[in-house]
Every structure is written in structure tokens, then in C-alpha cells.
Design a protein around this ligand. Sequence first.
Ligand code: URA
Length: 237
Amino acid sequence: MKSNSYRLDRFISQNSAFKRADTRLLIAQKRILLDGQLAHSAQQKVTQFTHVLLDDQCLQDNQSVYLILNKPQGVVSATKDLQHTTVLDLLEHPQKNELHIVGRLDLNTTGLVLLTNDGAWSRQISLPETKLAKTYEVTVAQPLTAEYIEVFREGIYFAYEGITTQPACLEILSEYNAKLTLTEGKYHQVKRMFGFFQNQVLALHRASVGSLTLTGLKLGQSRVLTAQELSAIEMYM
Ligand code: URA
């Protein structure tokens, strides 16, 4: 995964009284620890989450946080809102006020929302080139037909953005229910795609993002992503 990083010598010059050129001597004198290991090169990469110790002075100590939440209806995908409960209000994590949302859901949409304080991670997940599959369970007002499958696969022109949607996979489960898999996230995308057929979306639930699912999480519940989940999703990046 590509993350925002700086060379160690630049980090040292910006975060201590030492100059960039002093870094090699500090390394030779074994005075810099990166994540508990002695630094070995002035060009080593330091990210926002590298723990940096110079002598006994901590220069940086940020913990990365990655959460998965099962968003209920009526909860807004925002960090602040005067009217509605926000996804942040549902969290109990001590760093919750540092987090941002990766891919918002509409007020009445339920399901999988990711939150993090790692901007590089969320940017990477959201990049269209990453083509991370997101699956939605959809209930609509009018009966579904095989034509939808073809039109969604071909793509629909969104005049506002001047783009055609990426090929999407629709699996019709019953007359009014379907599973839709998208690899992008345009504004109100699912509703607008069914809107092409003048078919109103009555219920929408995001069930998965890449390999991440909501297994074990009731509506309103959240938890930290496991190391296995993180490395599985980072395989896409
Ligand atoms: N598409 C929508 O229309 N709404 C959502 O909440 C998510 C995807």
C-alpha cells in the first residue's frame, strides 16, 4: 500500500533541533529508534504512524485506527450533525474524534461503514483504480427484469458528472430483491442506477467492501479490524 511518508532525515530536521545533515551521525551513534528498531539509513521512510524516539525523547507516537461499523437507518455518515445521530456518536473508541469516514452511506442506508485516522489508507480504498467490490442488498418498488442486468453491466450515463458507470453485477434474488456489486462509489449511485428504470429503492444495505463483511456485528455495533482483515484488504491496493 502507498502511504504518505517522509525520509527520516527530513523528519528529524522538521521535528527536532537537529539539521537534516546531522541524521547520519545520529544513526551512527545509535540514537534513533523507529518502531523500537535502531534506524540504519537517513533515507528510511517515516510514516504518520511510525513511532520515533530520539535519545529518550519521543518525536512521534500516533496509533492508526481502522474500524468497521454496521450503520443503522437514520444515522448520518458525518462526524458532526445538529439534527441526527452521527456514526461517530455510535462509537466508543478513545480516538473516535480523530476518525474520518471511508465511503459514506445515505441516511436511510444501513450496513458497512469504515472509519480510520489513516488518510493514505482511505484514499487508496476510495481510488477508482483500486476497484474494490462493494456489495449492496437492494429492495425496489417495481418488479426487476433481466434487462437491468444487461444495462448495469453496460454502464449508465450520469449526465451530472459526465461519466458512464463502471460495469456492475446485478443478481436478481426475487421479484423485488437483488444483490448489486459495484467497484466505485458515485453520489447516490445505487438509487440513481435503479432510477434509470424509474424504480425506487425502498431499502438499501451495504453488506461487504472487498473481503470485509459485517459478520457478528449487529446494527449500531462496531469493532476494530483484525490484522488479517487489514492485510486482506491491503492486497487490493
Ligand atoms: N448508493 C446509494 O444510492 N446510496 C448509498 O447509501 C450507497 C450507495
